[in-house]
Write a protein that binds this ligand. Sequence first.
Ligand SMILES: Cc1cc2nc3c(=O)[nH]c(=O)nc-3n(C[C@H](O)[C@H](O)[C@H](O)COP(=O)(O)OP(=O)(O)OC[C@H]3O[C@@H](n4cnc5c(N)ncnc54)[C@H](O)[C@@H]3O)c2cc1C
Length: 431
Amino acid sequence: MTDAFDVVVVGAGAAGLAAGARLTAAGVSVAVLEAASRPGGRAYTDTTSLDAPWDQGCHWLHSASVNPLRAAADELGVSYMLRGSRQARATHLGDRWADEAERNEVWQAIDGAFAAVKQAGDEGRDIAASAVLDTSSRWLRLVRHWITLMSAAEPERLSTLDYAAYSDTAENYPVSTGYGALIAAAARRMAPALDVTLDCPVAAVDWSGQGVVLDTPRGRVKARLAILALPTTILASGRLRFAPLLPAALAETFEALPLGCAEKVALRFDREVFGMPATSYCDTIDLRDPKRPPVNFTLNPFGHSMAIAQLGGDNAARLVKAGPAAMVDFALAALVDTFGADIRDRVAGTATTGWIANPLIGGAYSCALPGKAHMRTRLVDALDDPGTLDGKVMFAGEAVSAYAYSTAHGAWLSGLRAADNALARLGRKAA
Ligand SMILES: Cc1cc2nc3c(=O)[nH]c(=O)nc-3n(C[C@H](O)[C@H](O)[C@H](O)COP(=O)(O)OP(=O)(O)OC[C@H]3O[C@@H](n4cnc5c(N)ncnc54)[C@H](O)[C@@H]3O)c2cc1C
């Protein structure tokens, strides 16, 4: 592959697919290079591990009323559930369900913690979220678990200012046939001719001369412009070589916005075992054992006899390191406490994620380290600045979003913006 392209897009996650589709639709010559054997990155609906689809990565259309992928779902006829509020969830305490008063207490603690983190950020304070938590709460473990689900980072590594910048409309809708599949379909709909070259890891980006030259196992790829739609953790790792080196002011943004850890365990059952309606949610916290981390579940998603466990932060990282069997044991133990030992015999299949250990991804989603929220602003501003890397290289991806970072639609929108900037720099028009 030695042809010269107008634009080369590196990474075919939500951001890279959006950029590639926009450019393809506009009629410019574009190469989309993806290191993995499948497109999608963290937007991945797994249809093979179990006999029902489940999202290994993104699943909820966040901020649905301002999320362009919700509009795409409507156009494509893909259904999603208008989910109720978080407070409707049941909480299991290890040996019994929480009563209504306890449930209210739980949600006061969780909502109170998020409000305190946001307030600190709204006041312009860029400190660790842990500094504003009520450590005397008996629900602290569950509070911390929820923070790791929302930000993927433990509160000690979460900037209050970055957290407060996220724009949340509180509409989080799960996609029936998978958000990963929806994103792939949305890209195809925008540009049926979109071509993604798989198994093509880019090793080096040379932006020293006219245009850019990329080293790949399929040869050197030349283009006038490059859009790098890669996770921050990968960019910070130094595995992708740049010549000349990236300016320090840009390189440090990737280090300041690392991906945290959030993982899932999917358990398939041979019949309905929970006695719960389709797409129910429950949280578990074992009050008998303070060392045991909480875990929450989606039960019977869209009527499939499954449980999807969500793990966050250090606990998730520790379990991924321990391996898939340890992840399944952890999730199943909480389900057995909650629904009885009989469900063990009904397990028909299991599958687990390992985003943190994936050398092409390196985690779940980005959040700024305490004191570093301004780095996101710098990274977002760099996308529109024609002076960044002589206007030849742009960075896209979920981290490059001021208000929807960490989400699939934030990634998608950043890809569209990078593509529009590329078109403007090439003197071309969007379709
Ligand atoms: C467990 C989990 C749950 C989530 N839940 C939600 C949710 O419910 N809703 C939501 O909106 N978001 C959710 N997210 C976040 C969302 O999935 C991501 O923000 C989004 O998909 C990121 O897209 P991206 O294009 O920025 O990056 P990625 O999807 O990471 O894409 C980057 C691509 O670059 C490729 N790549 C890496 N190195 C190279 C190289 N050298 N050369 C070529 N290609 C390379 C990778 O293989 C990858 O395909 C979740 C994520 C996880 C992990």
